[in-house]
Design a binder for this molecule. Structure first.
Ligand SMILES: [Zn+2]
Length: 429
């Protein structure tokens, strides 16, 4: 298939490649038949893959000659980055793939076949992509670690290369996984153990009041998180009855907040130091009276007094008002919270979030004081309605008014939404 050419022809042959591509790109494709357009596309892809495989040979040569050492560089990755203006995210994978698929050099300087000869051949003839090769390399590394007999490894590699000619990298991942489950069932268990070791979550303040949540979730936790968060992150009608304006990232964030509030409401969290899990909010008498300024939680997060008083309606939130010397003037906990009987009555009446058009069921709602308790609003049915986290958060700022008529909450839109400000109800089918 390939003709042997003398080594010193290589620069000339390589120089012909860009020239040939430039010539091809200069063609007018509009005059081509459909089939020919597709054929050129197919051949261009094959050439792209072959060029990537050519890299493997050249990187292997760079390493065999220790060229990085000659230029006092740490390795081939740095050499590639410097020579070709590549970031390490670009050069790293190329070098890694070259080590698996390029020719190797023994300690005595002898040239050896690639570690994965079948994969290397399929890369060289342009029939598989770099992503597909990565899937095969990862699977073969595991079979090597599992000390599968060499002949079995070769069979597995040939099988995966064959599948790669027919399926894309995404599908190939599934095929490789099933093969590994069969050939190396213990490895699948070991992978779970690795996941257990690597699992991790942290929440760090940024300094601007925001916090960065970082996590490596194991498969099971990720499945739970995605199921719960996606079900809660569905778009909700906006205050103006338009499409939800939140980005999907913002909706996922709000879904997480709803889950956490549910956990607090459930009252089943373990106690710490004998005190049930509680968000403790501290504010001064002046803040309490004026409703302005920032208050802090026991985790030192800053909230506006507005926010603090809004969540103070909920169970598992305790608040303390103190004077300038720290003496406690007032405190509150569960006494702002509706009784179980009231809660059942509210569920029967509102059947979920009472905001017009919202479909959230009762378990995702909070009790909203229509006249805030700070302004003397009572914790009784005529002053309470159920709102989901999203609408509870927006009801005050969005300009909506709630008014009780015949024992039912009606929502009066701001004039910019409805100039006539006709009251609306959440009608559930
Ligand atoms: Zn709602």
């Amino acid at each position: 298939m390939t003709m042997a050419v003398s080594a010193n022809e290589a620069p000339m042959l390589a120089a012909a490649l860009p020239a040939a591509i430039a010539q091809l790109a200069g063609c007018s494709f509009s005059g081509l038949a459909d089939d020919d357009v597709l054929e050129v596309l197919r051949l261009a892809e094959q050439a792209r893959r072959q060029l990537e495989a050519l890299d493997h040979l050249l990187i292997a040569e760079v390493e065999a000659r220790n060229l990085p050492g000659r230029y006092v560089l740490r390795g081939s990755k740095q050499l590639l980055s410097g020579l070709l203006n590549l970031s390490s995210a670009e050069s790293g994978p190329r070098v890694r793939q070259a080590r698996e698929l390029g020719p190797r050099t023994s300690l005595t300087g002898e040239r050896l076949a690639p570690l994965l000869p079948a994969t290397a051949a399929a890369r060289a003839d342009g029939s598989i992509t770099a992503r597909q090769a990565d899937v095969i390399i990862a699977a073969m590394a595991r079979l090597r670690d599992a000390r599968l007999p060499v002949e079995r490894q070769a069979e597995a590699e040939a099988f995966l290369v064959e599948q790669a000619r027919r399926f894309d990298a995404g599908t190939l991942i599934g095929i490789a996984r099933r093969l590994l489950d069969t050939l190396d069932p213990d490895g699948t268990l070991a992978e779970e153990r690795t996941q257990q070791r690597r699992r991790f979550l942290s929440c760090h303040p940024h300094g601007d009041g925001m916090h960065r949540l970082t996590a490596d979730l194991d498969t099971e936790t990720a499945a739970l998180a995605m199921t719960v968060l996606h079900s809660l992150a569905a778009p909700k009608p906006s205050e103006a009855g338009e499409r939800d304006q939140r980005t999907s990232g913002q909706r996922m964030h709000d879904a997480l907040r709803a889950v956490l509030k549910l956990a607090l409401r459930a009252g089943e969290l373990p106690t710490s130091g004998g005190v049930p899990a509680t968000v403790l909010i501290t504010m001064t008498a002046e803040q309490f009276q004026t409703g302005t300024g920032l208050v802090s939680t026991s985790y030192r997060q800053k909230l506006t007094v507005e926010q603090a008083l809004r969540i103070a309606d909920q169970a598992a939130i305790a608040w303390i008002v103190h004077n300038s010397t720290g003496g406690i003037l007032n405190y509150g906990t569960a006494r702002r919270v509706a009784t179980d009987k009231q809660t059942l009555a509210l569920i029967a009446r509102d059947q979920g979030c009472a905001f017009p058009g919202c479909a959230d069921p009762p378990e995702w709602t909070e009790k909203h004081h229509i006249v805030s308790w700070r302004e003397g609003g009572a914790t009784d049915l005529d002053n309470l309605c159920l709102l989901c986290d999203h609408h509870h958060d927006r009801i005050d700022t969005g300009g909506w008014q709630i008014s009780m008529r015949d024992g039912l909450p009606w929502f009066i839109p701001p004039a910019w939404i409805d100039p006539e400000q006709r009251p609306q109800r959440n009608i559930r089918p």
